[in-house]
Write a protein that binds this ligand. Sequence first.
Ligand SMILES: *[C@@H]1O[C@H](CO)[C@@H](O)[C@H](O)[C@H]1NC(C)=O
Ligand SMILES: *[C@@H]1O[C@H](CO)[C@@H](O)[C@H](O)[C@H]1NC(C)=O
Ligand SMILES: *[C@@H]1O[C@H](CO)[C@@H](O)[C@H](O)[C@H]1NC(C)=O
Ligand SMILES: *[C@@H]1O[C@H](CO)[C@@H](O)[C@H](O)[C@H]1NC(C)=O
Ligand SMILES: *[C@@H]1O[C@H](CO)[C@@H](O)[C@H](O)[C@H]1NC(C)=O
Ligand SMILES: *[C@@H]1O[C@H](CO)[C@@H](O)[C@H](O)[C@H]1NC(C)=O
Ligand SMILES: *[C@@H]1O[C@H](CO)[C@@H](O)[C@H](O)[C@H]1NC(C)=O
Length: 608
Amino acid sequence: MRSTALFVAALSAGLCVAKPFQNRAYAVKETHLLPHDFKRESDAPSNHLIRLSVGLRQGRFDELEKHLYETSDPDHPRYGQHLSAEEVNELVKPGNETLDLVREWLHEHVEPQHIECSPAEDFMSITLPVAKVEKLLDTKYAVYRHVDGSKLIRTLEWKLPLHLHEHIDAIQPTTSFFRTVPQARTLVEVPDQSSESVNSLSYKHVKNPTVAKVCDTGGVTPLCLRTLYETVNYVPKVPGKNQVGLANYLGEVNNRSDARIYLEKYRPEAVKGADQFKEISIAGGTLSQFPATPGTGVEGALDVETILGISWPTPLLGWSTAGDPPFVPDADNPEVDNEPYLTWVNYVLKQKFIPQVISNSYEDNEQTVPISYAKTVCSQFAQLSARGVSVIFGSGDGGVGGVQPGGSCLSNVNNQTSFIPLFPSSCPYVTSVGGTVGFTPEVVAYDPRNKYSSGGGFSNHFARPSYQDAAVKSYLATIGDEFAGLYNSSGRAYPDIAAYSVNYTIIWNGTLRHVDGTSAATPTIAAIFSLLNDALIAAGKPTLGFLNPWLYKKGYKAFIDVTEGSTLGCNTTGFQATKGWDAASGFGTPRFSKLLKAVGLDDGYGHY
Ligand SMILES: *[C@@H]1O[C@H](CO)[C@@H](O)[C@H](O)[C@H]1NC(C)=O
Ligand SMILES: *[C@@H]1O[C@H](CO)[C@@H](O)[C@H](O)[C@H]1NC(C)=O
Ligand SMILES: *[C@@H]1O[C@H](CO)[C@@H](O)[C@H](O)[C@H]1NC(C)=O
Ligand SMILES: *[C@@H]1O[C@H](CO)[C@@H](O)[C@H](O)[C@H]1NC(C)=O
Ligand SMILES: *[C@@H]1O[C@H](CO)[C@@H](O)[C@H](O)[C@H]1NC(C)=O
Ligand SMILES: *[C@@H]1O[C@H](CO)[C@@H](O)[C@H](O)[C@H]1NC(C)=O
Ligand SMILES: *[C@@H]1O[C@H](CO)[C@@H](O)[C@H](O)[C@H]1NC(C)=O
């Protein structure tokens, strides 16, 4: 990590900076209330390792945001002119004073060669034992236990020397209780493994497939999804120039053997895909074929099988990021504790080439995340978006809150009942995908068997971005005072769009399973937009990049409105689907022929 250069820069900075005039006294930089689902258990073991990410104040984020909105606005002359890595880095690079002061402080505690910098130098990371972090941030870490029994090592307050307060925006892991929770709900194993419960037509070759012929609510296959969303006749033209990415966390694995069985059965021509997709380990993320914890691997199987089943032969790249490990007190080799999103996004931002669409099915309650962390991670997503990446997240499986085990509807801020929005869906620079069920018509998903309820809501951390102003205002007018006080009507509203999400047929551990969740809708949307990018590249046009400004202005016309069902939760119906955009299904579900038309690629009669 260019340690020599850093070191020299630091030495000269050390000589130039007028230390005696700085206020070296520490003051509280951030406090965060303990989320209701956690209880303090004990002091933290002093030798537990933490990979601390220090987020420096970015130089010209406002300018980056302006570029992002211009290049993703279909009516702007710069539409589609995505920024290069260098351009993005130049915009967010912290000012010299910020860099000098932060380095000087870190060098008092760590050898310069142990500091890792992001390409824009907006992040500096160091791995230290708890005892040293406690000294660095004048704090005390503790072990906190979640209601589900897992543990995290965090603190509720940390300090910084006063002169650094305006130069550092966020440091984690400190006060963030965020956990990358997969939004897949496993259903019981399908007892009949010969899969007769799945309509046999749904995976055999069918001439002129129709939804009526190939879709069965009892078990959804790629042929059904491709027919429903009209990609079934589309043959990718430039797969080598286009990629789709998939993020795994928490020891989730993408099992090639399961993917192979799945593709053999449901998309035979794509079976090579099971051996061809690439996998990259970040910060020691597992690439094992066998999940370390029983039960994991379902999310990974759902994601990889769904994407390959729809977008093959578009190359798939999977990242597995370690981190946020549930703390195990007596483990001999504790994993290094880090913030998985920051670790992942900073890794990806370092790459010259990034897949044009990224599927990410992991969310947590926004209130587990301190606002500084949310803003910092969200601004890293803005960097990805500015580089022309469509960043896709699921809207969550707990409705407006309180329906999944351990879920509550208590606000951290005032202990009042409240709808609980999710992060990163609440970040305005990502596209959030809700889930539907049923074919004629599709309605907002609820499955009483596992209480999966598609999520939707309004952020408390991020204000409503202007691209969705008109759509959200007209929705708010239709709901009037209903739910007043339970949600923040001025916040970023989600989801933006939706896709099918119940009874996905997957193969996991060699057996047929059915799975629900916005985790199913997310890879489906990622795969469909990846095919649309393929068509755009083949036609010599730029890829879509950040979808939302286009969606809210023009793209919504390519979606079939979902007008029934709601985001059930908190003992209410939750937000109801209505005509037009709503906080339950966004604009509804996509149709590929209409998408082609919306991006100006219609050839008149669907002969793409
Ligand atoms: C910051 O430092 C770099 C290299 O030391 C220098 O080229 C640049 O002009 C400086 N920028 C400002 C705004 O001082
Ligand atoms: C999901 O599939 C099961 C059978 O496997 C069926 O009983 C159930 O009704 C299906 N759910 C929906 C919403 O269609
Ligand atoms: C996978 O299936 C085998 C039986 O085929 C079983 O022994 C094993 O426990 C299963 N693995 C998991 C993680 O459930
Ligand atoms: C729903 O209402 C019941 C009965 O009043 C209550 O026990 C429960 O805690 C409520 N659930 C939520 C999520 O608020
Ligand atoms: C919320 O309630 C808990 C105990 O139930 C209490 O410790 C905490 O101080 C309360 N927080 C606020 C903001 O009232
Ligand atoms: C509601 O959202 C706005 C805009 O993001 C924010 O400034 C405000 O603090 C939020 N209110 C609450 C109670 O969180
Ligand atoms: C993963 O792949 C292996 C074969 O490579 C298989 O035996 C195993 O059951 C698969 N699934 C899981 C969940 O480990």
